[in-house]
Design a protein around this ligand. Structure first.
Ligand SMILES: Nc1ncnc2c1ncn2[C@@H]1O[C@H](COP(=O)(O)OP(=O)(O)OP(=O)(O)O)[C@@H](O)[C@H]1O
Length: 252
């Protein structure tokens, strides 16, 4: 049994089919990348998994339980947390207070919540910023704060929606390091991303959507060589660049 099992998921908005008959699994302890062109249905799929949308068809099972029709707060309680494409920190609160909001959802006792928040600060490289107002930070720090706040809720599955979009190359590296730390903590990750250099080296598997339909599901190495994926999304140039990097001994 996989931690997340998506089966024949269909999500319609009126006559627009945002997800069409999509099936895939996310195994415990792995990182799965969800990629595809703009409008492919990636965020919609996230919203279905997180209980923000009720799918038009198909099923979603999490940790052996059917969550297809559960509201988001119940899905969260079971251990699914998510971050958003556009960061939403509580601007007038400090970094630590923001993380405590997440921690209290899991631990009502103040000491335990504080202990959890401290640990999340460390994992997300935010210790030195703990007393800073969240609204005053760079986008890179705000995005790591989003992850820390989600982490503080004690998730088994973390949904990251474009966690590295808009970051500088140094910030991208920091975020990738954070994501690998989360994996080392045993957290399973499903991430939507357009920055291939960030997602490809760390993903165990990539699922590709185009116009709501899954067109590929394979290892990063296989996906970047898939002619349909290249045509739909990656482009020949990118694929060639990756191959050159690989020959030079870099990541895949
Ligand atoms: N709440 C909604 N109501 C109506 N249509 C929607 C809604 N949410 C998404 N859509 C439509 O569903 C399709 C898929 O959108 P979605 O945001 O899931 O794509 P995406 O792959 O996440 O795109 P991007 O990479 O640009 O974030 C688009 O055509 C979008 O306009």
């Amino acid at each position: 049994m996989s931690l997340l099992e998506v089966r024949n998921l269909t999500m319609k908005f009126g006559s627009l089919v945002a997800n069409s008959d999509v099936s895939f699994d996310v195994d415990q302890g792995t990182i799965v990348g969800l990629i595809g062109p703009n409008g492919a249905g990636k965020t919609t799929l996230f919203n279905c998994v997180a209980g923000l949308y009720r799918p038009s068809g198909g099923t979603i099972a999490f940790d052996g339980q059917d969550i297809t029709k559960l509201p988001s707060y119940k899905v969260a309680r079971l251990g699914v947390a998510r971050t958003f494409q556009v960061v939403r920190p509580l601007k007038e609160m400090t970094v630590l207070e923001n993380i405590l909001v997440g921690a209290y959802l899991r631990h009502p006792q103040p000491e335990k919540a504080l202990e959890t928040a401290q640990r999340c600060l460390e994992i997300c490289f935010l210790q030195e910023l703990r007393d800073r107002l969240a609204g005053d930070m760079t986008i890179g720090n705000k995005k790591r704060l989003e992850v820390a706040r989600a982490l503080a809720t004690g998730p088994k599955l973390l949904l990251l929606d474009e966690a590295v979009a808009g970051l500088t190359s140094t910030e991208v590296k920091e975020m990738v390091e954070v994501i690998l730390r989360l994996k080392a903590e045993g957290i399973t990750i499903l991430m939507v991303e357009h920055i291939m250099e960030a997602i490809m080296p760390i993903s165990d598997k990539i699922v590709v959507l185009r116009s709501g339909v899954k067109i590929a599901e394979d290892t990063p190495r296989a996906v970047v060589q898939d002619p349909e994926v290249i045509k739909a999304y990656l482009g020949e140039k990118f694929s060639r660049r990756l191959a050159e990097k690989r020959e030079a001994g870099g990541h895949e």
